[in-house]
Design a protein around this ligand. Structure first.
Ligand code: NAP
Length: 308
């Protein structure tokens, strides 16, 4: 069976940064990319808050640069997802796509987070026929049409602004009387004439049929009134959940599934297993903080291997 010194799960900023550091420490890291090569950055538009790019940089380009940098310094990047693992003893065992099993002396879990869904009627039935969690992936299909974005965070604002550039009208459905998003993102929303924010609005149902979505039913929290806003696309931006399920039988997680690490450290409860990026970050969830935690995980993995 193949034995890997530093096995990295996930190919976002945390995974690639860990790979860059581990490769430069001569630990021959191997990344299994997961289902979404490049992670969440590939679903954003321009990234303006990653230092080093004064004009901003396209999210896909940024993460692809990280991949190329990791490969150039010697990391091996493989397509595949860790579907199960045994972390009860070292070397750890990880099974890829349900068939190939590899051994690893250390494991860095950098599997990120995935979009949440609401669990309202119509949502799952119309996924792919008008319901989406990625405006940059699917917005194109709704050119010159009316759409709704659900959520009031940075992602919702970013998606609404992106969609406003191609759609006739964008409704932002926000469940409170204020947004969670940063002031800068809220200002961008306010500057778009074709975005209308529907405050205090609770999404109740996605309305549609075999032809696709025709509207979103919302309840006004103040008056209790229920109405259907006619739209042909509904974009969900209501947060993310950490992709820790495969590792949760072994590593400690909190009630929401975030991997718990030692204070100010990427070390999990299992010696030799580290966590980095959005899978363990309850608070910040930025590309730059994910990259930084990937760096810390790789340094710790190297120290762990040196100590063996
Ligand atoms: P988020 O900050 O958790 O915001 C989720 C939004 O969805 C909130 O407005 C929340 O409302 C709403 N929501 C949650 N459940 C809902 C439900 N059942 N029905 C209706 N609305 C619901 O998630 P995010 O926007 O994905 O951002 C995640 C992290 O990434 C944040 O730290 C953010 O700053 C960061 N991010 C940064 C950028 C950037 O800097 N360019 C871009 C994207 C994301 P409540 O406020 O009422 O809870």
């Amino acid at each position: 069976m193949e034995r890997i010194k530093v096995l990295i799960a996930g190919s976002g900023p945390a995974g690639y940064t860990a790979a860059i550091y581990a490769a430069r420490a001569n630990q021959a890291p191997v990344i299994y990319s997961g289902m979404e090569l490049g992670g969440q950055l590939t679903t954003t538009t321009v990234v303006e808050n990653f230092p080093g790019f004064p004009e901003g940089i396209d999210g896909t380009v940024l993460v692809d640069n990280m991949r190329r940098q990791a490969e150039r310094v010697g990391a091996e990047i493989r397509t595949g997802t860790i579907t199960s693992c045994d972390l009860s003893s070292r070397p750890f065992k990880a099974t890829i796509d349900g068939n190939l099993t590899v051994e690893a002396d250390t494991l860095i879990i950098a599997t990120g987070a995935s979009a949440k869904y609401l669990g309202i009627p119509g949502e799952q039935e119309l996924r792919g026929s008008g319901v989406s969690a990625c405006a940059t992936c699917d917005g194109f299909f709704y050119r010159k049409q009316d759409v709704a974005v659900i959520g009031g965070g940075d992602t919702a604002c970013e998606e609404a602004v992106y969609l406003a550039g191609m759609c006739r009208k964008v409704y932002m459905i926000v469940r409170r009387d204020q947004m969670r998003a940063s002031k800068a993102m809220q200002q961008k929303v306010a500057s778009k004439e074709n975005i209308e924010v529907l405050w205090n609005s609770l999404p109740k149902e996605v309305v549609g049929d075999l032809k696709g979505v025709s509207g979103i039913k919302i309840e006004d929290k103040i008056s209790g009134d229920i109405r259907t806003v006619p739209v042909s696309g509904v974009f969900l931006a209501v947060g993310h959940h950490p992709n820790s399920e495969v590792f949760a039988p072994w590593v400690k997680t909190d009630k929401d599934g975030y991997i718990i690490t030692e204070p100010d450290s990427p070390r999990t409860n299992i010696p030799g297993v580290f966590a980095a990026g959005d899978v363990m970050d309850v608070h910040y969830k930025q590309a730059i903080t994910a990259a930084a935690s990937g760096c810390r995980a790789a340094i710790e993995a190297d120290r762990f291997l040196q100590g063996q």
